[in-house]
Design a protein around this ligand. Structure first.
Ligand code: FE2
Length: 162
């Protein structure tokens, strides 16, 4: 959807606002789904990957990154749609999201793939899609977990969002 915004660069504010609104919800719901569904499983099964030596380190880093993305989203919402400062704020969200996704792919997702069998991965994938569908119209939840180390096998303390 960032690419769609690129193509809409000269468009009216209502078009930009509509696409940004959908993208914002997607980013927030995706992060929340990971925190509720994926990272508790990673804490149970993972051993660490890439630069992280444990699933706790992977989880804490992901929550930190997700909160950076949430903060950047808040800065976009504070700007007038379509202005130069709005586009700069959107670019910051894109940068934070791209950095996070690359790291997550190399580390926590790779760790999970190495330790979860195909049945679990399939079941997990379906749960993820259902969560996203259930929250697709969610307004900003204010969900903001704090990175903490947890013992493997314990569920996270993620609070209710939207
Ligand atoms: Fe993530």
């Amino acid at each position: 959807m960032f690419a769609t915004l690129d193509d809409l660069h000269e468009s009216e504010a209502d078009a930009l606002s509509a696409v940004w609104g959908r993208l914002r919800v997607f980013l927030e719901v995706y992060a929340e789904a990971e925190e509720r569904l994926f990272y508790p499983e990673l804490l149970r099964l993972g051993t660490g990957a890439g630069s992280k030596d444990s699933p706790e380190a992977e989880t804490d880093d992901a929550i930190h990154d997700h909160n950076e993305i949430r903060d950047a989203i808040g800065l976009v919402d504070a700007e007038e749609v379509g202005t130069g400062s709005w586009w700069k704020a959107v670019a910051k969200v894109r940068e934070a999201n791209s950095d996070h996704m690359g790291e997550e792919e190399r580390e926590s997702l790779a760790d999970f793939r190495c330790h979860a069998d195909l049945d679990l991965r399939h079941s997990f994938g379906l749960s993820f899609v259902v969560f996203e569908a259930q929250h697709a119209r969610c307004e900003r939840s204010g969900h903001r977990p704090v990175p903490v180390h947890r013992a493997p096998g314990r569920s996270s303390d993620v609070r209710s969002g939207c």
